[in-house]
Design a protein around this ligand. Structure first.
Ligand SMILES: [Zn+2]
Length: 202
């Protein structure tokens, strides 16, 4: 793995319970009800995001509670908070927030198989940086060497994954439209991992 700092989100019994409830409501495959089973996964996809906010600490604090606050467009689909496995700061430094094999809510339909990488910034005042491109590339390379990763996508490309066998979502009306992390950022990252032959959304 590239150099990174462990800065794990608290994984509480409440997060376990809310994760199981979320998966029960949204997965089409059976959910056992046992958090030790349901909250674990084999990563098969990587989804890149931006935080839109300017700092890593504000993102960490947003992701830390088990329960979602605000985000009216998401509340109806479950009380589990959003999060990510990795947080990449503007200088390219990487924090691990959640172990790779845990289910995190970060992309509709793929949470049971997808590692989420959040990049700090993205708004006009804090555009994503070349250091973040390099860090994402290094991270993706390490993850693809370790897990059977089939596809790399940006959150903005998620709708194009709906015909993939990986995609599971019971509610046909639960969809969001996201701009992150930008088409330009995805193009730069893909150029850095082209030799891995990862799939892209159809
Ligand atoms: Zn996103």
């Amino acid at each position: 793995m590239p150099p990174l700092v462990e800065h794990l989100l608290p994984w509480t019994a409440e997060r376990d319970a809310l994760t199981v409830a979320y998966l029960r409501a949204h997965r089409t495959a059976p959910v056992t009800g046992d958090p030790a089973v349901d909250t674990h996964m084999v990563p098969r996809a990587i989804v890149l995001h931006w935080t839109a906010g300017p700092t890593a600490s504000s993102a960490w604090s947003t992701f830390a509670p088990a329960r979602l606050s605000g985000r009216a467009e998401l509340q109806g689909a479950g009380a589990l908070n959003v999060g990510a496995h990795y947080l990449v700061d503007q200088d390219g430094s990487i924090q691990r927030l959640v172990p790779d094999d845990r289910v995190v809510r970060h992309c509709i339909g793929l949470n049971h198989v997808a590692i989420g990488i959040e990049n700090v910034g993205g708004a006009a005042a804090h555009p994503l940086t070349d250091a973040q491109v390099a860090a994402d590339v290094a991270l993706i390379r390490a993850l693809a060497a370790r897990y059977p990763i089939e596809v790399l996508l940006g959150h903005l490309e998620l709708r194009r994954m709906e015909s993939s066998p990986l995609f599971e979502e019971r509610d046909p009306n639960y969809r969001t439209s996201k701009p992150d992390p930008g088409a330009d950022f995805m193009m730069k990252v893909r150029a850095g991992v082209v030799d891995l032959g990862l799939g892209a959304p159809g």
